[in-house]
Design a protein around this ligand. Structure first.
Ligand code: MRU
Length: 341
């Protein structure tokens, strides 16, 4: 099945249309969002998730919201746009793409202020669509730049979901895999299930198998033994924020894979657009790691409790992989050393 775009704009209805990822792989449901609270809730609850996807969702979302503003004074219009941008930005702290996209839309709006509300509205629409279109082009370029790292017969390991469901389409870490497969290479994937919300088992395995790619889901704690068996040619992951020194935050469990990859001498690649690089953050120590509700670990995806009710839960959503464990970044500008981004 060809999936619809993960994040899309219905320009007639002025709604942000997203695939509800909490319902996958069971049902493919499109949500049409038109209010700030619906958009914030969708991002917080991971109905839309993945760094590039939430950036594009915020940009298109701001456009849909601004089309409903009654304000006719440019100053108050811009103040409201900034406030809505801040509310969207507060939903999740780790992915750089969120503040990056919101910053671009609000800056474009401010730059058009002298033309009045009409000009500001045009600027918001134009910038939001540009961010969406760039995401599609950038993911395609990451795929083209990364596919040369995959030989026919390779098996790639990945964690979480950094595929089409984490961007408008195609994604980052899965883009080289799609590109290699389209060019006739036989490539298979080991997808870590990715506790606690199972983005690997539910989303990565879903989109890859729908695209006809040979995919095996493994429990997170199976990664070492699969690598030890010699069956993994490379690890490809996405990322949520890269610090200026090349340290990279991605789904918790990524650091574990990087440490293992070094031990087993397997190349470890992070695929990311430049919009994920935060040159203002010096090192990984300065990256804010989102901590999510312990109930996700205790019960969310299970019918019966998955942890003892009296136990405390620690549930960070991301971890930081130091630059020295990263073989290279695959970006839209080419394959880059972590020290030369
Ligand atoms: O909590 P999630 O599902 O939003 O985490 C997503 C990831 O960690 C992805 O790997 C990352 O955002 C890169 S997506 C191209």
């Amino acid at each position: 099945m060809k999936l619809p775009q993960t994040v899309a704009l219905d320009d007639k209805a002025k709604t942000l249309d997203i695939i509800d990822q909490t319902r996958l792989p069971g049902e493919l449901v499109i949500l049409k969002l038109s209010t700030l609270s619906e958009m914030c809730e969708a991002i917080k609850l991971l109905k839309v998730r993945g760094a590039p996807a939430i950036g594009v969702a915020a940009a298109l979302g701001l456009y849909c919201l601004s089309e409903r503003y009654a304000e006719s004074d440019t100053g108050t219009f811009l103040t409201r746009l900034a406030a809505d941008g801040e509310a969207l930005n507060a939903t999740r702290p780790t992915a750089k793409n969120l503040s990056w996209a919101i910053g671009r839309v609000t800056a474009a709006a401010a730059a058009a202020a002298s033309g009045g509300v009409g000009a500001v509205k045009d600027a918001v629409r134009c910038e939001a669509l540009k961010i969406r279109d760039e995401d599609i082009a950038v993911c395609k370029a990451i795929g083209v730049n990364g596919e040369g790292l995959i030989r026919s017969g390779d098996a790639v390991m990945t964690v979480c979901n950094a595929g089409s469901l984490a961007a408008v389409e195609r994604g980052t870490a899965l883009a080289p895999i799609y590109e290699a497969a389209e060019r006739g290479k036989a490539v298979s994937v080991f997808a870590l299930e990715t506790r606690p919300l199972l983005q690997g088992a539910r989303l990565t395995a879903f989109e890859l198998t729908e695209a006809g790619i040979d995919t095996t889901v493994i429990c997170d704690n199976t990664a070492a033994s699969v690598m030890a068996s010699g069956r993994v040619s490379a690890v490809f992951t996405g990322c949520d924020r890269v610090a200026a020194n090349g340290d990279a935050a991605n789904k918790v469990g990524t650091l574990m894979l990087a440490v293992l990859a070094k031990h087993f001498r397997i190349p470890f690649y992070i695929c990311a657009p430049y919009s994920t690089i935060d040159f203002d953050t010096k090192s990984g120590k300065d990256i804010v790691i989102e901590e999510r509700d312990g109930e996700e670990v205790r019960s969310a995806m299970y019918k019966s409790p998955a942890a003892a009710p009296k136990a405390k839960i620690y549930n960070p959503a991301f971890d930081v992989t130091p630059a020295e464990l990263i073989t290279a970044f695959v970006t839209e500008k080419g394959v880059k050393s972590p020290k030369n981004l």
